[in-house]
Design a protein around this ligand. Structure first.
Ligand SMILES: Cc1ncc(COP(=O)(O)O)c(C=O)c1O
Length: 398
C-alpha cells in the first residue's frame, strides 16, 4: 500500500467520527463489477456497496440519465410535483404490485415511515394509539431510534434504551413463537423475507404462510426488502416467491443503484386508513435527482432482464459455494439464494479475517452476524466472474 493511501486514511480518521472500523483501503473508481483503489489495484466486487450497486459501476445509460437530470433540476420540494416523480413511482408500483409509494432518503427512513403507516392505520381503525409490533431476533432494520426498536440484535439496541414501547421479538422461521406474542393490540409484524445482516437466513414457505394467516386477525405484514429486494433473491421482490403480499413493503439499496433513495409502499386498502397530509414528510425524499435514478434503474431492469440474469447465474454461484463447502474444512453451511449468499464459518475462522484477506487478494467480501461470510455481488455479474471470485474465496479458505 502506498504512503499516500496510508496518509489519506490517517487524515480521514482524525476528522471522522469513529463509528466504523474501516478496512484499510481507499476506493477511487468502479468499472463493471470491479473496484479500483487509489493505488490502481483492482478488486472483484462481491459486496456491491452492501447490496446497492445492482447494475455494477459505470453503466453509461444510468450515468447519462443522472447527468441530464442534474442539468435540468436536482431538487423540488414535495409541496410540488416534479417530472421524474410520477414515472419512478409508477414503475415501482408495477414492479412491486403495491399501490401507493412514499420515497425516502434511506432504508432506515423507509422503516420509520412503514412503522408510522402501520400505527396510523391502527389508530384510524381502532381509535386508539397503543398498538404493538412484533419483530424478529437477528433482524436488522436500521439505526434510527424507531428502526432500532424493531432490530433484533441486542448489542445494537442496548446503549439506546428505552426505545419505542410495545415491540416484542419472535424467532425467525418459528411461527409458534410469533403466535405466542400476538395480543389484541398487535397491529403489525415486521420481517425481512431473507435476513441479511442477521446471517442470510431465508424464510421458509410455512413460516411466511403462518405470517400471512395473521392477517385474518387484522395484523398487517410489513416486509423489509431493503437488502433482499430488487432482484437479489431471484424475484423482483423476495415475497413474490411465496405467493403472498405484504400490506407494507420497504425498499432501498439497489432501488437507486448508488443514489440515496428508499421507499415504503402500501396497498390501497391500508393507504385509505393510514398516513394523510400532515402525518409524514421529508425535504429531500423523492426529489427529481433520485427519482430520475429510480426511473432509469427500473427501466434497465425491465428491458435488460436483470432478474432473469440473476436466475441464470445463481445456479453457478450455488455450485461454486457447495464446492467450497465440500473442500474447505472451516465452512459449516452454505446460506441464502440467488445473489444474496453466505458461508457460515466454524468458530476457529473469523469471517472478518477472511474479508480482510480477501482485500489483500483483490476481492471485496462482507460479513454478517453468526460468523457468516456474506456475498452480495452486483446483479449484472457474469457466471465467469462469479466463478473467478469463488476460486479466490476457496483459496483463502483452504
Ligand atoms: C434489511 C435492512 N433494512 C434496513 C436497512 C437500513 O437501510 P439504510 O442503511 O439504507 O438506512 C438495512 C441496511 O443494511 C437492511 O439491510
Amino acid at each position: 500500500m502506498s504512503e499516500q493511501m496510508t496518509q489519506y486514511m490517517d487524515n480521514a480518521e482524525k476528522v471522522l467520527l469513529h463509528t466504523y472500523n474501516r478496512f484499510p483501503v481507499t476506493f477511487e473508481k468502479g468499472e463493471g463489477v470491479c473496484l479500483y483503489d487509489t493505488d490502481g489495484k483492482k478488486y472483484l466486487d462481491f459486496a456491491s456497496g452492501i447490496g446497492v450497486m445492482g447494475l455494477g459501476y459505470g453503466n453509461r445509460e444510468y450515468a447519462d440519465a443522472l447527468k441530464s437530470q442534474i442539468d435540468k433540476i436536482t431538487h423540488v420540494s414535495n409541496l410540488f410535483y416534479s417530472t421524474p416523480l410520477y414515472p419512478a413511482a409508477d414503475r415501482l408500483r408495477k414492479a412491486s404490485g403495491m399501490d401507493r409509494i412514499f420515497f425516502t432518503n434511506s432504508g432506515t427512513e423507509a422503516i420509520e415511515g412503514a412503522m408510522k403507516a402501520a400505527k396510523k392505520f391502527g389508530y384510524t381503525r381502532d381509535g386508539v394509539a397503543d398498538h404493538e409490533i412484533i419483530a424478529f431476533n437477528n433482524s436488522f432494520h436500521g439505526r434510527s431510534l424507531g428502526a432500532l426498536s424493531v432490530t433484533g440484535t441486542k448489542h445494537y439496541r442496548d446503549p439506546f434504551e428505552k426505545l419505542i414501547p410495545g415491540i416484542s421479538f419472535a424467532d425467525f422461521n418459528d411461527i409458534d413463537s410469533v403466535n405466542a406474542l400476538v395480543t389484541d393490540k398487535t397491529i403489525a409484524v415486521i420481517v425481512e423475507p431473507i435476513q441479511g445482516e442477521g446471517g442470510i437466513n431465508v424464510a421458509t414457505p410455512e413460516f411466511m404462510k403462518g405470517l400471512d394467516d395473521l392477517r385474518k386477525k387484522g395484523i398487517l405484514l410489513i416486509f423489509d426488502e431493503v437488502q433482499c429486494g430488487m432482484g437479489r433473491s431471484g424475484s423482483m421482490f423476495a415475497f413474490q416467491e411465496y405467493g403472498i403480499k405484504p400490506d407494507i413493503l420497504v425498499m432501498a439499496k439497489a432501488l437507486g443503484c448508488g443514489v440515496p433513495v428508499g421507499a415504503f409502499a402500501l396497498t390501497e386498502e391500508i393507504a385509505e386508513k393510514s398516513l394523510c397530509p400532515g402525518d409524514h414528510g421529508t425535504t429531500y425524499g423523492g426529489n427529481p435527482f433520485v427519482c430520475a435514478a429510480v426511473d432509469k434503474v427500473l427501466e434497465i431492469y425491465e428491458r435488460d432482464g436483470i432478474v432473469a440474469h440473476v436466475n441464470e447465474v445463481a445456479p453457478v454461484f450455488e455450485k461454486c459455494l457447495n464446492d467450497i463447502a465440500q473442500s474447505c474444512e472451516c465452512v459449516e453451511a452454505v446460506k441464502g439464494k440467488g445473489l444474496i449468499r453466505g458461508l457460515k464459518l466454524k468458530d476457529g475462522v473469523k469471517a472478518a479475517d477472511v474479508m480482510k484477506k480477501g482485500l489483500e487478494e483483490g476481492i471485496v467480501l462482507l460479513t454478517a452476524e453468526g460468523n457468516v461470510l456474506r456475498m452480495l455481488p452486483p446483479l449484472v455479474m457474469s457466471a465467469a466472474e462469479i466463478e473467478e471470485g469463488c476460486v479466490k474465496i476457496k483459496e483463502i479458505l483452504m
